[in-house]
Design a protein around this ligand. Structure first.
Ligand code: SF4
Ligand code: SF4
Length: 132
Protein backbone atom coordinates (compact mmCIF):
# COMPACT_ATOMS: atom_id res chain seq x y z
CA UNK A 1 0.00 0.00 0.00
CA UNK A 2 2.71 2.44 1.01
CA UNK A 3 4.66 1.66 -2.21
CA UNK A 4 1.71 2.80 -4.39
CA UNK A 5 0.64 5.86 -2.35
CA UNK A 6 4.09 7.44 -2.18
CA UNK A 7 4.62 7.99 -5.96
CA UNK A 8 1.03 9.29 -6.31
CA UNK A 9 1.53 11.69 -3.40
CA UNK A 10 4.73 13.00 -5.04
CA UNK A 11 2.85 13.65 -8.31
CA UNK A 12 -0.04 15.34 -6.48
CA UNK A 13 2.20 17.71 -4.52
CA UNK A 14 4.26 18.51 -7.65
CA UNK A 15 1.07 19.35 -9.60
CA UNK A 16 -0.30 21.45 -6.73
CA UNK A 17 2.69 23.79 -6.67
CA UNK A 18 3.60 23.93 -10.37
CA UNK A 19 2.27 26.28 -13.06
CA UNK A 20 -0.95 25.23 -14.81
CA UNK A 21 -0.39 23.10 -17.90
CA UNK A 22 -3.72 24.21 -19.36
CA UNK A 23 -4.36 27.40 -21.30
CA UNK A 24 -7.01 29.49 -19.54
CA UNK A 25 -9.46 29.48 -22.45
CA UNK A 26 -11.76 31.43 -22.91
CA UNK A 27 -10.30 33.98 -20.46
CA UNK A 28 -7.13 34.00 -22.58
CA UNK A 29 -7.80 34.18 -26.33
CA UNK A 30 -6.37 31.26 -28.34
CA UNK A 31 -3.24 31.75 -30.43
CA UNK A 32 -3.67 30.65 -34.03
CA UNK A 33 -0.62 29.69 -36.01
CA UNK A 34 -0.18 30.78 -39.64
CA UNK A 35 -0.85 27.26 -40.93
CA UNK A 36 -3.79 26.49 -38.60
CA UNK A 37 -6.58 24.96 -40.66
CA UNK A 38 -9.39 27.13 -39.33
CA UNK A 39 -12.11 27.62 -41.87
CA UNK A 40 -12.74 27.95 -45.58
CA UNK A 41 -13.36 31.46 -46.89
CA UNK A 42 -14.81 32.16 -50.30
CA UNK A 43 -14.17 35.18 -52.53
CA UNK A 44 -17.07 34.62 -54.90
CA UNK A 45 -16.13 37.29 -57.51
CA UNK A 46 -12.98 35.27 -58.30
CA UNK A 47 -14.88 32.02 -58.87
CA UNK A 48 -15.00 30.76 -62.48
CA UNK A 49 -17.65 28.10 -61.67
CA UNK A 50 -15.39 25.24 -62.76
CA UNK A 51 -16.68 22.82 -60.10
CA UNK A 52 -13.27 21.37 -59.16
CA UNK A 53 -13.70 22.19 -55.48
CA UNK A 54 -16.99 20.27 -55.27
CA UNK A 55 -15.38 17.28 -57.06
CA UNK A 56 -12.37 17.26 -54.73
CA UNK A 57 -14.28 17.67 -51.47
CA UNK A 58 -14.18 14.28 -49.69
CA UNK A 59 -17.23 14.95 -47.52
CA UNK A 60 -19.54 16.58 -50.08
CA UNK A 61 -19.56 19.83 -48.11
CA UNK A 62 -19.51 21.97 -51.25
CA UNK A 63 -22.47 22.26 -53.56
CA UNK A 64 -22.11 24.16 -56.81
CA UNK A 65 -25.35 24.79 -58.67
CA UNK A 66 -24.43 25.85 -62.20
CA UNK A 67 -28.09 26.55 -63.09
CA UNK A 68 -28.75 28.85 -60.14
CA UNK A 69 -25.12 30.12 -60.06
CA UNK A 70 -24.75 29.47 -56.36
CA UNK A 71 -21.84 28.02 -54.41
CA UNK A 72 -22.65 26.61 -50.98
CA UNK A 73 -20.62 25.19 -48.14
CA UNK A 74 -22.05 23.09 -45.33
CA UNK A 75 -19.91 24.06 -42.34
CA UNK A 76 -20.99 20.96 -40.42
CA UNK A 77 -19.70 18.63 -43.15
CA UNK A 78 -16.38 20.45 -43.74
CA UNK A 79 -13.40 18.74 -42.11
CA UNK A 80 -10.92 21.51 -43.03
CA UNK A 81 -8.80 19.21 -45.20
CA UNK A 82 -7.99 22.08 -47.58
CA UNK A 83 -8.39 20.02 -50.79
CA UNK A 84 -10.80 22.57 -52.28
CA UNK A 85 -8.45 25.50 -51.63
CA UNK A 86 -5.47 23.62 -53.11
CA UNK A 87 -7.41 22.81 -56.28
CA UNK A 88 -8.94 26.25 -56.85
CA UNK A 89 -6.89 27.81 -59.69
CA UNK A 90 -8.17 31.41 -59.37
CA UNK A 91 -7.69 31.27 -55.54
CA UNK A 92 -11.34 32.01 -54.86
CA UNK A 93 -11.15 29.63 -51.88
CA UNK A 94 -8.74 30.29 -49.03
CA UNK A 95 -8.01 28.36 -45.84
CA UNK A 96 -7.87 30.93 -43.03
CA UNK A 97 -6.50 30.25 -39.56
CA UNK A 98 -9.60 31.35 -37.61
CA UNK A 99 -12.22 28.81 -36.58
CA UNK A 100 -15.92 29.06 -37.32
CA UNK A 101 -17.77 30.00 -34.15
CA UNK A 102 -19.88 27.36 -32.37
CA UNK A 103 -23.42 26.92 -33.66
CA UNK A 104 -26.52 25.06 -32.52
CA UNK A 105 -28.11 24.79 -35.96
CA UNK A 106 -26.82 23.67 -39.34
CA UNK A 107 -24.76 26.35 -41.05
CA UNK A 108 -24.91 26.37 -44.83
CA UNK A 109 -23.40 29.49 -46.35
CA UNK A 110 -24.41 30.43 -49.85
CA UNK A 111 -22.62 32.69 -52.32
CA UNK A 112 -23.67 33.96 -55.75
CA UNK A 113 -21.14 33.14 -58.44
CA UNK A 114 -20.93 34.32 -62.03
CA UNK A 115 -19.47 32.12 -64.75
CA UNK A 116 -17.03 33.92 -67.06
CA UNK A 117 -18.65 35.11 -70.28
CA UNK A 118 -18.00 32.83 -73.24
CA UNK A 119 -16.61 34.64 -76.26
CA UNK A 120 -19.17 34.39 -79.05
CA UNK A 121 -18.12 34.88 -82.67
CA UNK A 122 -19.79 37.76 -84.49
CA UNK A 123 -21.69 36.70 -87.65
CA UNK A 124 -19.39 38.67 -90.04
CA UNK A 125 -16.13 37.79 -88.21
CA UNK A 126 -13.67 35.75 -90.37
CA UNK A 127 -12.51 32.40 -88.96
CA UNK A 128 -9.39 32.70 -86.82
CA UNK A 129 -6.19 31.44 -88.49
CA UNK A 130 -3.60 29.82 -86.22
CA UNK A 131 -0.34 31.81 -86.04
CA UNK A 132 2.87 30.39 -87.53
S1 SF4 B 1 -14.37 28.07 -55.98
FE1 SF4 B 1 -12.58 27.67 -57.28
S2 SF4 B 1 -12.57 25.47 -57.69
FE2 SF4 B 1 -14.59 26.01 -56.87
S3 SF4 B 1 -15.87 26.36 -58.66
FE3 SF4 B 1 -15.05 28.33 -58.07
S4 SF4 B 1 -13.17 28.57 -59.26
FE4 SF4 B 1 -13.73 26.41 -59.36
S1 SF4 C 1 -11.77 21.92 -46.64
FE1 SF4 C 1 -12.04 19.78 -47.34
S2 SF4 C 1 -13.95 19.13 -46.39
FE2 SF4 C 1 -13.91 21.36 -46.25
S3 SF4 C 1 -15.01 22.05 -48.05
FE3 SF4 C 1 -12.84 22.00 -48.59
S4 SF4 C 1 -12.51 19.98 -49.52
FE4 SF4 C 1 -14.47 19.92 -48.41
Amino acid sequence: MQETVLPIWKTVTKSLFSKSACKMYPAQPPVFFDRTRGRIEMESPKCIVCGLCAKKCPTGAIDLDKEANTWQIDRFKCIQCGACAEGCKPNAIQMVNQYTGPAVSKQIESFSVTPPKRRTKKPDEPPSVPAG
